[in-house]
Design a protein around this ligand. Structure first.
Ligand code: CS2
Length: 481
């Protein structure tokens, strides 16, 4: 994945001493390195504090192998209309690979100097049922983690490390989810408590009383780093960096201010918003941004658009997204105080159109079974309950069903990445008619509640039928007409 050969210039190295660690972060992907890590670096630069980061990759050694020779540092490059100098981010002190050395990860998380464990492990990393938000006790990794002291799952690491802290008389760390889940603090608290209950009810009682799980709304568009980006960054900076991040100028972080002993970096100094209740922000972002991102991913992919900015350059698709914001999504929301949903949508349209950000529709299409409930299905349910039709979002659900069927409109195989991919394909292949396929896919209870399935059956079947008959491009036109 990382292209090292042929690059000019010297390897990037650390130029300032590593700050003392205060955070362990699970899931050290491009998003966190371009968002939470930069907020934290900026907060320390302004207000100080021992908040260096120990990054953990749960599975793959790729990030550790790329960052370790660079002392954990990397370049962050802003891609926008203006040229902003790249930033050398030096906040990550060490990268651990959980699968290789679970004990080292537990030891790091048990160290009393670590006061926050944050997570970007993606939706599926919580091992929960996306439609209910509850821990899936049948998940193989959870089954493993209930009986084994060295865990495999993110909830397993949190519970076993909290167990070790409890046994040693050390206060719990704050658990801070930074994933795109509604009320992500409540979700992570729920899975941690459910797992702890299986392992030791006294531990669960201690976590209930002493643990803190602030929710947060995170936002920055950060496509996965591509091989060609490495050459671009080497030319731009004069340094060979095996793991740069390339991101849009915009960033937002709204955090519920509820930390164990109030211990956290001064993120406000870096522009984060500390609030009492983030629900309105979270709903707005998940439905307006991530909902249309997913709609654009499936419909854009089927209409042959490789990236979000390509799709937005197609006037028909842009008008479709505008209609989703104005007539289908915004009416289901109560905006946060002082925020105009109209202006929020305008800003999103220009962020999506940013031609320097090459965010693949295929990348966003990943893990749809884990994303659809909070991004699209809740909106559809609210709209239908209020008696408002939402043909655009219904078409997006049908497009997801076409996508997970695994064959595009030109008969080519789609590389579908989803934890339920095999099951979804078998369900789709098991019947020939649109009504049969839609009925089969609506029966997946991890995604659709029984109530949602009943409400969606007729409209999604109709939309699916049109996708088969006239294709995605003309189906979009029909919804616009
Ligand atoms: C995207 C998000 O990949 C996806 O599913 O919708 O990563 C999106 O770019 C971020 O949430 C923006 O804050």
């Amino acid at each position: 994945m990382w292209m090292e050969a042929g690059l000019p210039a010297e390897r990037l190295t650390r130029t300032v001493a590593a700050p003392k660690s205060g955070i362990v972060h699970l899931g050290l992907g491009a998003f966190y390195r371009a968002h939470g890590a930069i907020y934290t670096a900026d907060a320390i630069a302004k207000s100080g504090g021992d908040w260096g980061i120990i990054g953990v990759s749960l599975q793959s050694p790729t990030m550790r192998d790329a960052l370790t020779p660079q002392g954990g540092t990397y370049m962050a490059v802003t891609l926008g209309p203006e040229d902003i100098p790249p930033q050398h981010i030096q906040i990550v002190n060490q990268v651990l690979v959980a699968r290789e050395d679970p004990q080292a990860v537990l030891e790091a998380m048990t160290d009393p100097t670590i006061r926050i464990v944050s997570l970007t492990v993606t939706e599926k990393g919580y091992c929960h049922d996306p439609s209910t938000g509850e821990l899936n006790l049948d998940h193989p990794d959870i089954q493993h983690d209930i009986s084994q002291p060295l865990p495999r799952s993110a909830p397993g690491y949190l519970v076993r490390a909290l167990q070790a802290r409890h046994a040693a008389g050390i206060a719990p760390f704050t658990v801070q989810s930074c994933d795109n889940l509604p009320d992500n603090g409540r979700v992570v608290r729920g899975v941690v408590l459910a797992l702890a209950q299986q392992i030791d009810p006294d531990l669960a009682a201690w976590i209930t009383q002493a643990g803190r799980f602030p929710s947060s709304m995170v936002d920055r568009i950060v496509p996965a780093t591509k091989p060609e980006d490495l050459t671009y960054v080497a030319d731009l900076t004069g340094y060979q960096d095996a793991a740069p991040v390339l991101h849009e100028p915009f960033r937002q972080w709204v955090i519920e201010d509820d930390f164990v002993a109030g211990a956290r970096p001064d993120w406000e100094a870096a522009g984060a918003q500390m609030v009492g209740d983030i629900t309105a922000y979270e709903h707005m972002k998940l439905r307006m941004l991530n909902g249309t991102h997913s709609a654009l991913a499936y419909l854009g992919y089927l209409t042959g658009h490789e990236t979000i900015s390509d799709a937005m350059a197609d006037a028909r698709v842009a008008a479709f997204v505008e209609q989703l914001w104005q007539t289908e999504i915004a009416p289901t929301l109560t905006p946060p105080d002082g925020v105009s949903l109209c202006q929020y949508a305008e800003a999103l349209a220009s962020r999506y159109a940013n031609p320097r950000i090459r965010h693949l529709t295929w990348q966003i299409a990943m893990d749809g079974s884990q994303k659809l409930p909070q991004r699209i299905l809740g909106t559809v349910q609210d709209a239908l309950t209020a008696g408002h039709p939402c043909p655009g979002l219904v078409l997006a659900v049908a497009a997801w069903m076409r996508y997970v069927g695994g064959i595009d409109e030109n008969g080519h195989v789609i590389d579908v990445r989803d934890p339920l991919a095999a099951r979804l394909k078998t369900l789709s292949d098991g019947v020939d008619t649109p009504v049969g396929k839609v009925t089969a896919l609506l029966s997946v209870r991890e995604v659709f509640s029984a109530e949602q399935a009943a409400g969606l059956s007729a409209p999604v079947t109709q939309a699916y039928q049109r996708l088969v008959e006239i294709g995605a491009r003309d189906s979009i036109k029909e919804v616009l007409a």
